[in-house]
Design a protein around this ligand. Structure first.
Ligand SMILES: [Mg+2]
Length: 309
């Protein structure tokens, strides 16, 4: 993500000048095995000052569900050792999500922003049904509804629902989302600095999206380091059509390896005024953490058919 960050660091100023806003709206991840547990996790984020929360809950009848893992503030979907196998039922999932958001709206009122991720597991018509069912709960966005390689499939979803749509964490450049943006099939583009060509290319995507009323919503999972988080925050602060930034907190161990100037306050992130990206890497400390093998799970339907994870 090199040149902009580096040259600005030599100049003694932050990576991108010209802030468009006071701070960067971020969302955290609230997870629970049951609706009750997820509601309690949302309460914790509200207590910390978050204004936006992604909510995922276990699906009754399934042992494990995407987005619901070990850990609360430091949820990490990859498990140590060889891949574990999860079981999936679209039917049960589609029945379980609307009651979750009915409960959350009832508990938290109309102002808290809620987001949800379907992790590319639905067909377009299933996705359309979910979007329609969730309309009364006014989600900030519904993310990754279908495998997004087939951009045209979003036409069908769009025809059926006004729930805002987000996609793009797996995209690596503007041509992966050109049709989605030009036809206004999505509301938020989730490409991020480390995956989509660095700050320079991501700004190109944002500028293109701005013409079509599509806003940004950078992926910010913990497989992206604090270096990427800092770069994303500078980007977020500068672009006019910023929407929201995902913020999965790194563990204290990770934060110590990457000393940084960005901070969270009252629901917003601030990249700070340090030169460049405002983040460093303590290589000596990093060397004290040996590599540990970890995998995301594989996924099968209840009849044994392999399904995308
Ligand atoms: Mg996603």
């Amino acid at each position: 993500m090199g040149h902009i960050g580096q040259s600005r660091e030599y100049a003694g100023v932050p990576a991108l000048g010209g802030a468009s806003r006071e701070g960067v709206l971020v969302y955290g991840h609230a997870n629970g095995a049951t609706i009750e547990e997820t509601a309690a996790a949302v309460s914790e984020y509200v207590r910390l000052g978050y204004r936006a929360v992604r909510a995922q809950s276990g699906v009754p009848g399934l042992a494990t569900t995407y987005g619901v893992g070990r850990g609360k503030m430091y949820y990490e979907p990859a498990e140590k050792g060889l891949p574990q196998e999860a079981v999936w039922s679209t039917e049960r999932y589609l029945g379980s999500v609307p009651p979750l958001f009915a409960r959350l709206r009832q508990d938290f009122g109309p102002d808290l922003h809620f987001l949800h991720d379907a992790h590319h597991r639905l067909t377009p018509i299933e996705a359309a049904r979910l979007g329609k069912d969730l309309e009364p709960y006014r989600l900030f966005w519904l993310e990754d509804l279908v495998p997004s390689e087939l951009q045209e499939s979003f036409r069908l979803i769009r025809r059926h629902t006004t729930t805002p749509l987000a996609v793009g964490e797996v995209f690596s450049g503007i041509h992966d989302c050109e049709l989605l943006i030009r036809e206004q099939l999505i509301d938020y583009i989730r490409s991020t600095v480390a995956h989509a060509g660095g700050i320079t290319h991501l700004r190109k995507i944002a500028t293109f999206a701005e013409m079509y009323h599509v806003r940004t919503g950078c992926h910010g999972a913990t497989d992206l380091s604090p270096v990427c988080m800092a770069a994303a925050l500078h980007f977020d602060l500068s672009v006019h059509n910023f929407g929201i930034q995902e913020y999965m907190r790194h563990t204290d161990d990770t934060d110590r390896v990457f000393p940084h100037h960005y901070r969270f306050e009252d629901g917003l992130m601030h990249p700070g005024d340090a030169p460049g990206l405002g983040v460093d890497i303590d290589e000596g400390l990093a060397a004290t953490y040996p590599y540990e093998r970890a995998y995301l799970p594989t996924n099968r339907k209840t009849d044994g058919t392999v399904h995308s994870w």
